[in-house]
Ligand binder design. Sequence first.
Ligand code: SAM
Length: 286
Amino acid sequence: MKQQYSQILTIPKPFVKWAGGKRQLIPILNENLPESFGTYFEPFLGGGALLFHMLTERNGQKCSISDLNSDLVLAYTTIRDRVDDLIASLKNHEKNYQKDSKSYYYSIRASTPRSQIEKTSRLIFLNRTCFNGLYRVNSKGKFNVPLGKYTNPNIVNEDNLHSVSHILQSSKVNIQCRDFEAVLGDAKKGDLVYFDPPYQPVSDTANFSSYTNKAFTFDDLSRLSELCMDLDSKGCNVLLSNSNSKEVADMFSAKPWKITRIQANRSINSNSKKRTGHFELLIKNY
Ligand SMILES: C[S@@+](CC[C@H](N)C(=O)[O-])C[C@H]1O[C@@H](n2cnc3c(N)ncnc32)[C@H](O)[C@@H]1O
């Protein structure tokens, strides 16, 4: 049954925990948005923390969201179009997990479901029950995170899934699976493009770039900086977050870019001692 907006009490929030997720940085990102803009583009969508904030705060905001991870994009469209079937499938996972969490987790991790519902419920189930709640695949594209230590993981967050479904059903939200560069063809003068790419490693051990079976390379970063210049020439508002790395600071050192160093907390790190405050870069052209 479709819910009426007035009945929705839950503010929609990311339905997956995602490495590099921006939930903790929402206040500072919000402060750094331009006063007004046309369409909002988010071409490295991930868990979509800023998107959900945007859709909650700005009623009727036109959005164009995309990511290269096809399983993730499928999850967004499944939640939008078939949330009740998805919840039923997740409840089934929850029931089986409660019987024997270890063997059930590894059997689902090894499986390759074909249906839209099962693919998405597998992604959400693994995200809720895996170590550290992160999505990481090997070079063959196979999810390779071990079982996490949870006593009672929240596998079916029904209220949030309904809220996310409702908010994505707006005809003003366009969802696509594509490379970030495609945004150049769509963004127009006055639009806002927020780039939150896989971060440049600040040390040899800090590399996390396996959201898809293709790593985000230095060439991709160069491609991104050229794209930012092209969008600037078109009159778009560009906002970019990245790690506090010299390469990134150098690439955006000239006009029109303004760089701010912001304090952030990284919540996904295999070593909990490293989950402390550190600096990141926020770069914009307005
Ligand atoms: C840092 S995460 C985004 C996190 C997001 N802002 C959040 O709040 O959860 C980066 C995302 O970029 C996606 N990605 C990697 N390479 C890409 C590419 N070439 N084009 C588009 N998306 C890409 C990954 O799948 C991942 O979801």
